[in-house]
Design a protein around this ligand. Structure first.
Ligand code: 5GP
Ligand code: MG
Length: 190
């Protein structure tokens, strides 16, 4: 596992040989297109609210929308929620929503989007929070899944790729806020 201190203050040698590419930009784009087609078929005739978990889901959510047919996105609403997980006390891992839903999700079909599911706590708790607002249905769409790391079972309806237990960056995923903007998925190697 990465030691955070090893990169702190060290801005040298990152994108060149410090990152191993796990999923090329083209593979990311192809998968996003596939997911977008599948979702727009499955939700056809509905007007879902797509909710992204900040900050990791931002690029993925927007790319999904852009890959969907206009006839579908015309009736889509979307929003983001910002969560701050408690890390101090493990027993109260419940995330705090620091921006409330701008879209009223009561009675709506919600598609919850995040970049990666690791232990499952984030997506499980966010799903529970969404349910508290009385939606008609809640589905989940995740770009990367790390099944071996799972601590809580949570149904994932749309998954881009399942990967091994490696710490990935890029396409919304950061290491101390860095690498998020990359259009591909990489693994930091030291
Ligand atoms: P979970 O609650 O499922 O354990 O973790 C979800 C959150 O942990 C993600 O939203 C992400 O912020 C972070 N995370 C988990 N695995 C990785 C990873 O491999 N790379 C990065 N950059 N973040 C990760
Ligand atoms: Mg993070």
């Amino acid at each position: 596992m990465l030691q955070k201190t090893s990169l702190d203050g060290d801005r040298v040698d990152t994108s060149s040989d410090g990152l191993r590419v796990l999923l090329e930009r083209e593979a990311v784009e192809r998968k996003v297109f596939e997911l977008a087609q599948q979702i727009s078929m499955d939700f056809a005739g509905q007007s879902p609210v797509i909710v992204g978990i900040l900050t990791g889901a931002a690029q993925f959510l927007i790319d999904l929308l852009r890959a969907m047919p206009d006839e579908f996105t015309r009736d889509v609403e979307y929003d983001f929620v910002n969560l701050n997980s408690y890390t101090g006390t493990r027993s109260s891992r419940r995330p705090i929503i620091s921006s409330s839903f701008g879209v009223d999700i009561t009675g709506r079909d919600v598609l919850l989007v995040d970049g990666i599911v690791d232990t499952g706590h984030t997506i499980a708790e966010t799903t529970a929070l969404v349910w508290e607002h009385g939606p008609a249905s809640v589905k989940t769409c995740i770009f990367l899944n790390k099944p071996v790391r799972r601590q809580v079972e949570v149904p994932l309806d749309y998954v881009g790729f399942s990967i091994e237990d490696v710490f990935v960056v890029g396409y919304g995923m950061d290491f101390d806020q860095r690498y998020r903007a990359l259009p591909y998925i990489g693994v930091i190697e030291n």
